[in-house]
Design a protein around this ligand. Structure first.
Ligand code: XMP
Length: 515
C-alpha cells in the first residue's frame, strides 16, 4: 500500500498522538517515531513532511533530546511545535532562554505575517494554547517572526524558502481555535500532500492485502463484541469468508442481553454469516469465582479462565495458519514501537504471541488505526452504529463491577440495574455526552422499608464520567430528575436493591471502574 506519509518525531510531549490524529483528520497518513530514529531511516520512508512535537526538557540542556542539523537540510518541510520549535531555532543558530514567568493556557496570538502559508485563512488575532517556560529569544538566521503574543516575542517563525516552520504554541489541542487549519495548511499547503488517506480506501486495500497474505489459509479470531475485535472480524470475513472462524466466549459477565446481541449480528443469522462459535461458559466462570472477593484476584481468574476456554475451542478447530488480534495504533505507540512514551509504558502485549493456540502468524489489521478511525472503518463495513459507538467495557466485565464475591444472582441484579440506567440516559438524550456510564453493585446491604415490609438489600452505585482520554475523568453532572427516575425504576423493578447512589468521585483519586 503506497501512500504519502507525514512523520511525527516525538520528543516526549504529552500530545504526540494528538498531533498524529489531527494530521490524519486532514486525510494524510501519519506515523509517530522517537526522536532517536536515525536519519537514514527517515530518508528511506520518504516523508512528505516532518513534525517535531513538544517535550518536557530545555533544548539547551546537556542531555536533552535533540536532532542533528541534517534533519533540516533534507529538503523536506519541517514543522516544530513548542519544544520542537525551540529545538529548531537552537540547532539552526537561534537562541532559547528561560523566561521569568511561564506562559500557560489560552493566549491571544497576533499574526504578523498574514501571507505566511501556515496562517492562510487564519484570523489576525487568534486564541492558542500555550504551555512553555523557555522561549525563543532570538530566531535563527534566515528566519522571520510570523506571530507574537504579549509575553512571547516569537510565537511563530519561519524560513519559507527552506520550508521550515516553528510554532511555540500547540495547534494540535482543541483550545487552539484555528489549530487544525494551521496543521492542514502545513500538510496540504506546505508539504503538498494530496490527502489520500481515507477509510473507504483503507478498507478496500486491507481486504485485498489480507486476501493475498492469507491465500487459502485458516484464520481464527477471538470476538468479544467490542469495537476493535468486531471491526477486525468483519474485515477478515470480507477478505477470506469461510476460512475465518470467530470464537465468542460468553463468560456470564456481560451486560444484559449482550451475548444475544453479539450473536444476532455476528452469528449465522446475522448479516455477515461468520463462522461463529458461541461458547456458553457462564457457569464455569461463576464456579471459579465462588468465594473470591479481591478485585485483582477476580481479574486474574477471569483472564486465565478465558484463555482456557478459548484454548479448548481452538483445539477443536485444530491448527490454524493465522490468529487475528485487534491491536490498534495507540497500543503500538504505547508499547514502545512508536514514539517516546515507549519508555514509560510497556504493558501492552503488542504482537505478543499467545502460546495456547496452534497458529503460524498473527494478523493485526487495525494496527495503524486510531480508535476513531477504527470506528469509521466499522461504519464503512456496515457494522451497526450501536456496536461501533459502544462504550468501553472492561474485559473482566461485570466481574469487576460487583464488589466482593461474584454470584449469578448478583450478576442479574447489576445487569438489570445497568440496563435501566442506560435506557434512561439514552431517553434523556445524554448518551453521546457522557463518556462512560454504568451501574455497579456495592457489597453493602442496609435496612429499608418497602410497602409495609422491612427490607435488607443491596445498594447500587451509579457511575457516569466525562473524559477525553480515560486517564483522568470528572463525574458527569447528570440532571437530578434523570437520576431520580433511574433510582425509582431500579428500586421498583430490580429485586434485591433498596438504595441507589451516584458516585461523584473524579479520577484521580478514584478510577473510572467501580471495583
Ligand atoms: P479505570 O477504572 O482504570 O479505567 O479508570 C479506565 C478505562 O479502562 C477501562 N478498563 C478496562 N478495559 N480491560 C479493558 O479492556 C480491563 O481490564 C479494563 N479495566 C478498566 C475502563 O472501563 C475505562 O474505560
Amino acid at each position: 500500500m503506497k501512500r504519502e506519509l507525514v512523520i511525527v518525531l516525538d520528543f516526549g510531549g504529552q500530545y504526540n498522538q494528538l498531533v498524529a490524529r489531527r494530521v490524519r483528520e486532514c486525510n494524510v497518513y501519519c506515523e509517530i517515531y522517537s526522536y532517536r530514529t536515525e536519519i537514514e531511516k527517515i530518508k528511506s520512508m520518504n516523508p512528505k513532511g516532518i513534525i517535531l512535537t513538544g517535550g518536557p526538557n530545555s533544548c539547551y540542556g546537556e542531555d536533552s533530546p535533540t536532532y542533528s542539523k541534517e534533519l533540516f537540510e533534507l529538503g523536506i518541510p519541517v514543522l516544530g511545535l513548542c519544544y520542537g520549535a525551540q529545538l529548531m531555532m537552537h540547532v539552526l543558530g537561534g537562541k532559547v532562554e528561560r523566561a521569568k514567568v511561564r506562559e500557560y493556557g489560552k493566549t491571544e496570538v497576533v499574526i504578523d505575517k498574514a501571507q505566511s502559508k501556515i496562517f492562510e485563512n487564519v484570523s489576525k488575532k487568534t486564541v492558542c494554547w500555550m504551555s512553555h517556560f523557555d522561549y525563543i529569544s532570538q530566531i535563527a538566521p534566515g528566519f522571520e517572526i510570523t506571530a507574537h503574543t504579549s509575553d512571547c516575542p516569537v510565537a511563530a517563525a519561519e524560513n519559507a524558502e527552506n520550508r521550515l516552520y516553528a510554532i511555540q504554541f500547540h495547534p494540535e489541542v482543541l483550545h487552539t481555535a484555528e489549530g487544525t487549519k494551521m496543521l492542514s495548511n502545513f500538510v496540504l499547503g506546505v508539504c503538498g500532500c494530496i490527502a489520500d488517506w481515507r477509510m473507504d480506501s483503507f478498507v478496500e486495500e486491507s481486504i485485498a492485502q489480507i486476501r493475498e497474505r492469507v491465500g487459502s489459509g485458516k484464520v481464527l479470531c477471538a470476538l468479544s463484541g467490542g469495537v476493535d475485535s468486531s471491526v477486525a472480524a468483519v474485515l477478515l470475513s470480507k477478505a477470506v469468508g469461510s476460512q475465518l472462524t470467530c470464537v465468542f466466549v460468553d463468560h456470564g459477565l456481560l451486560r444484559k442481553d449482550e451475548s444475544d446481541e453479539v450473536e444476532a449480528v455476528f452469528g449465522p443469522l446475522g448479516p455477515y454469516k461468520l463462522n461463529f462459535v458461541r461458547v456458553n461458559a457462564q457457569q464455569r466462570f461463576y464456579n471459579k469465582l465462588a468465594g473470591v472477593k479481591e478485585p485483582e484476584e477476580k481479574r486474574k481468574i477471569i483472564g486465565e479462565e478465558f484463555i482456557r476456554v478459548f484454548e479448548e475451542e481452538a483445539k477443536k478447530i485444530g491448527a490454524v495458519d493465522f490468529l487475528v488480534q485487534g491491536t490498534i495504533y495507540p497500543d503500538v505507540v504505547e508499547s514502545g514501537l512508536g514514539g517516546e512514551s515507549a519508555v514509560i509504558k510497556s504493558h501492552h502485549n503488542v504482537g505478543g504471541l499467545p502460546d495456547y493456540v496452534d497458529f503460524k502468524e498473527i494478523i493485526e489489521p487495525l494496527r495503524d488505526l486510531f480508535k476513531d478511525e477504527v470506528r469509521k472503518a466499522g461504519l464503512e463495513l456496515g457494522i451497526p452504529e450501536h456496536l461501533v459507538f459502544r462504550q468501553p467495557f472492561p474485559g473482566p466485565g461485570l466481574g469487576i463491577r460487583i464488589i466482593g464475591e461474584v454470584t449469578a444472582d448478583k450478576v442479574k441484579i447489576v445487569q438489570d440495574a445497568d440496563a435501566i440506567y442506560r435506557e434512561e440516559i439514552a431517553k434523556a438524550g445524554l448518551d453521546k455526552e457522557i463518556s462512560q456510564y454504568f451501574a455497579a453493585l456495592t457489597n453493602m446491604r442496609s435496612v429499608g422499608v418497602m410497602g409495609d415490609e422491612r427490607t435488607y438489600d443491596y445498594a447500587v452505585a451509579l457511575r457516569g464520567v466525562k473524559t477525553v482520554d480515560f486517564m483522568t475523568a470528572e463525574a458527569a453532572d447528570i440532571p437530578y430528575e434523570v437520576l431520580s427516575r433511574v433510582m425509582s425504576r431500579i428500586i421498583n423493578e430490580v429485586k434485591g436493591v433498596n438504595r441507589v447512589m451516584y458516585d461523584l468521585t473524579s479520577k484521580p483519586p478514584g478510577t473510572i471502574e467501580f471495583e
